[in-house]
Design a protein around this ligand. Sequence first.
Ligand code: ADQ
Length: 460
Amino acid sequence: MSRLVVVSNRLADPRKAAAGGLAVALAETLNETGGLWFGWSGEIAEDGAPGEGELHRHQAGRVTLASVDLSREDYASYYEGYSNGVLWPVLHYRVDLADFDSGYIGGYRRVNQLFARKLLPLLKPDDTVWVHDYHLIPLAAELRALGCRQKIGFFLHIPLPPPQILAAIPQHAWLVRSLFSYDLVGFQSETDLSHFAGYVEKEAGAQPLDAHRFQGFGSTVHARAFPIGIDVDEFAALTHAREAVDMYERMAEEYKRRRLLIGVDRLDYSKGIPHRVRAFRELLANYPENRDSATLIQIASPSRESVDAYGDIRRELESLCGAINGDYGGLDWMPVRYIHRTIARKKLPGIFRVARVGLVTPLRDGMNLVAKEFVVAQDPGDPGVLVLSRFAGAAEQLKEALLVNPYDTHGTAETIQRALQMPREERQQRHQKLLARIREQDVHWWRRSFLQALAEAPGS
Ligand code: ADQ
């Protein structure tokens, strides 16, 4: 097997399980192949020049971690500006929130060029390079311009919107053309893939050779959906470990007369948290039997707080939760507990397991791993019910969840009521099917399928 080189905006030490997500997913192959992980160090060099950055190298077991610092200006334009102020909102269908400041694109290109320049000398001829996410769309094109011939794959962790929305980005044609420098492009869902196919046919005049191969801009790119999964065994083991069991027992005791609904997200406008809280208010209004009983715990971890839209959503949520508690709360019951904090990963399964309903209702989400973690943490004999947005990538796989349109407050409240009343047998049947699918397409399956498809894709 050729050496795996992973490139992502941020890197993590694959030996630390707490890092979660990508680190856990890629650790096995990185370790097996003595791989390299390359990305931004997380450091901002205050007096650094734009487009420059010092390279650091560390050994983490068999894996080499190589990272570069960013200048203040590059951080502002590449990271906060173009990646999180343009690409993140538009790719989540929120053109209204995008800040198309013309200065950002320069920084985005500059940092991708910096990454290409620093990475190229570290590559060996037989390496397989796997680039992750929207921060680095043009990286392969920049590497190819410097003469890189290795196989390069790209995986987009967030959605790809329909062509008309993508076309709102002034540089949309350049971005999509950049994708043709990869040998393989992976999306989270068939929906995202169909948007890519639609765009390249209609906007770029590229020819579909078949459902997964497109010819244009002098090259052929393979594109497929590879829905990302979780490490089921790891999360199941966490569920039965001390911290989660303690958490479960404490919460089960505290809420023994009540029924818990749980939401766990990064505080992001794509996650639909205010819509969810409004649906919960409607539940209390329309189904009074839930008063003094149903309790929503919403945990939202702080995220990108320097971006304006994130401050707005925080304020909206705080006032919404305050109003519901004021209207419906009593001396010994508060309907909503809103917690603006990251919860230790080891405790999460305990909180999931005690909940009767898991609310995963993003307005738009590439996949959403919380939905899968919620299912894995349940007691198969008496499982909670997953209420899932039809606009999460996960909805393509998790058909036995109760699917909702999060914009439909009334319909969502009705579905939550159905979840709260669902008989045990139906809950068990649904849970069994969901768990089987999550297990079948876990994160190791995801990594293997992507790397195998990349190995099979003819090189450029
Ligand atoms: P994210 O938007 O960050 O990632 P998501 O898949 O929802 O998110 O969650 C990632 C992880 O963060 C999960 O393991 C979850 O448990 C954890 N997490 C979230 N909120 C937390 C909190 N308050 N406290 C503790 N842990 C928390 C992007 C895309 C997703 C895609 C992933 C992976 O936006 O659609 O699923 O990448 O590709």
